[in-house]
Design a protein around this ligand. Sequence first.
Ligand code: HEM
Ligand SMILES: [Ca+2]
Ligand SMILES: [Ca+2]
Length: 260
Amino acid sequence: MHDCQVQGCDASILVDPIEGNVSSKMASGRNFGIQKRELISIVKSMVEAACPQQVSCADILILAAREAVAMSGGPHIEVPLGRKDSFTAPNYQQADAWIPPATTGVDDMLHIFTSKGMTIQESVALIGAHTLGVTHCASILNRLYKAEGDKAHQEMEPGCEAFLMLNCPEWSLTSNISFVLNDPTAFIFDNLYYKNAMGGRGVLRIDAEMVSDPRTAQIVKHFASDWDDFFRAFSSAFVKLSTSGSLNQGVIRKRCNVLD
Ligand code: HEM
Ligand SMILES: [Ca+2]
Ligand SMILES: [Ca+2]
């Protein structure tokens, strides 16, 4: 998602920031929480040893995401391959413009995804990726302590609110390190995310707001009860996102983290 949102799926996210040069995408605060990009470089060096200059970093990144979903119990998604890597330095202003911030609500989310050709159902399914992983406290401090007018915040289940506040105190010095799970089964790609959100336990604003917004409420309810439809819509949206603006005129980098 963080690669494909910015200049298409071209492995721009993998290019290391050069000290003193703010043009790398990773210099954008929107990429907070993105870790272990070097794992892709390790896979790349193995692929490169077996068949040099054939497989782009961008394809490896998509395949890794695809495998992560499948290995954790999600759908097996067929993705088209043949992406090229970007050869120019990516930039953080574009990341700032295209990667939704932690405070995003349903309006902005739908704007972003429907402008990529996704249906509302596919957009809601894509956020279902929050069935995996964690949210760092820094990403929800605003929601917990400042956004009093945030409707979704007011509807938070009190036990969940207390839990989040206990785990993420307002003035903690470690809110960039401490985190909470995105759903109770954060290693399993299931539809518990939707059930959890419907119970008022959505962690991020988007998770909570999708439950009550009239455009998305019925879809959330449907995915909470129909596992197959969630997987189908997620797969379709994943393919759309992973082919968005794919560069045909790029390069196949030798190393994923540098532009040689
Ligand atoms: C409006 C849309 C979205 C917003 C506002 C949003 C926001 C966020 C935020 C703030 C975090 C926590 C980052 C941190 O504190 O470490 C997060 C985590 C995550 N998001 Fe999203 N997200 C959106 C859409 C998506 C989509 C489309 C996908 C994938 C298809 C996705 C996959 C994930 C995953 C897997 C994590 C957990 C990462 C980890 O464990 O390190 N998100 N998201
Ligand atoms: Ca990109
Ligand atoms: Ca889960």
